[in-house]
Write a protein of this length. Structure first.
Length: 100
């Protein structure tokens, strides 16, 4: 549903620009925004690589396992149907650790 809303807003904007004779500005804005989007993706890829690397180091060192064991009572309380040795417990714990 949200895709339809975004598509409608883009189409209305383009039509509004065409009716008012501002198609040159609409085209320039679209190209500028595309360039900014590429720059943002490149910057985010570097940040993502850094944090994924840090989490891999933490997992290899056993830090994640120790913190997961510390969070085990909380995870058991929040997710009572999740088995004790399920891999999802590790992912939930890493998410909680990363967001603190």
């Amino acid at each position: 549903m949200l895709n339809y809303i975004w598509a409608a807003m883009i189409i209305v904007g383009i039509l509004f620009g065409a009716v008012n004779g501002n198609m040159k500005e609409v085209t320039e804005a679209a190209l500028d925004s595309a360039g900014e989007a590429v720059s943002l993706c490149i910057a985010m890829a570097g940040i993502m690589a850094l944090w994924v690397g840090l989490m891999e180091i933490a997992e290899s060192s056993g830090l994640i396992l120790r913190l997961t064991n510390g969070l085990s009572p909380f995870i058991s309380f929040m997710f009572p149907s999740l088995p004790k040795k399920h891999k999802a417990r590790d992912y939930i714990s890493m998410n909680i650790i990363a967001n603190e």
